[in-house]
Design a protein around this ligand. Structure first.
Ligand code: ADP
Ligand code: ZN
Length: 242
């Protein structure tokens, strides 16, 4: 299955998709992460992106398209991608559809996390990320476990763009471009609304219900293909023990 997790910056998309990825053996396509990787490489593209991202604006469709096509075209990830933070506007949604069609895939579900600006402000100012493993935490709501052997307090870093003013700008950009995207997926009857202000675990349980239902359905309509693929991934996939 291919899933989109949709919501304003700070809604908890990364937090939830990290759980989903390991449970359902999906590949997380986070355009934010892809962009940050380019920025850290300090490639020509990275330098161009830096100023755009830091001002809270969106990167051009062309750049995004190239970045995501490299993932969608990869056979290892076929029909097991979770899109985190993409698409953000109608033209990206249309582009994504074209790309998926080209590689004989589709979206099965759009999870929409609803969170108010007031809550977002706290989440963003408190967000910290482990500089070793990339796990997301929060100074106010979600500290790493005390006995963690990786995520110590002194290696938790803030993101450069997690400044209150930038966060508000990102929220406004999201609000402006979001309705047409939701409309696009509403017509395809793919959206499930989720209260993103609930506790992390409550949200996860809800999301899990939706995903399990889709898995069951996919398994019912293509049982052999499905079971073989599942077994293959358990033994040889990216999260396998081999
Ligand atoms: P996004 O990927 O949507 O930008 P993140 O997953 O990075 O959002 O979450 C933003 C911040 O809010 C992080 O610090 C995270 O730990 C915290 N957070 C995420 N979900 C919740 C929640 N349900 N309740 C409280 N804090 C949360
Ligand atoms: Zn860590």
């Amino acid at each position: 299955m291919n899933v989109i997790i949709f919501g304003p910056p700070g809604a908890g998309k990364g937090t939830q998709s990290d759980f989903i990825v390991s449970k359902y053996n999906l590949f997380k396509l986070s355009t934010g992460d892809l962009l940050r990787k380019e920025i850290n490489k300090k490639s020509l593209l990275g330098i161009k992106i830096t100023s755009i991202v830091n001002s809270g604006s969106l990167v051009s469709d062309d750049i995004m398209n190239n970045l995501i096509e490299s993932v969608i075209s990869n056979k290892d990830y076929k029909n097991r991608i979770i899109f985190d933070g993409y698409p953000r506007n109608l033209s990206q949604a249309q582009n994504l559809n074209k790309l998926l069609l080209k590689y004989d895939q589709k979206i099965n579900l759009v999870l929409r996390l609803k969170v108010s600006l007031d809550v977002i402000k706290k989440r963003i100012t408190g967000r910290v990320i482990c500089s070793k493993c990339g796990k997301i935490y929060n100074k106010y709501f979600n500290l790493p476990p005390i006995n963690s052997n990786c995520c110590y307090e002194d290696i938790l870093k803030k993101r450069d763009d997690d400044i209150l003013d930038v966060a508000i700008k990102r929220y406004e950009t999201y609000e402006k471009s979001t309705e047409p995207v939701l409309d696009f997926y509403r017509k395809m009857d793919l959206i499930k609304d989720i209260n993103g202000e609930d506790e992390i675990n409550t949200i996860y349980i809800k999301i899990n219900e939706y995903l399990a239902a889709i898995e069951a359905w996919l398994c019912a309509i293509t049982p052999y293909k499905y079971v073989f693929k599942k077994l293959y991934l358990i033994n040889y996939g990216p999260n396998s023990r081999n």
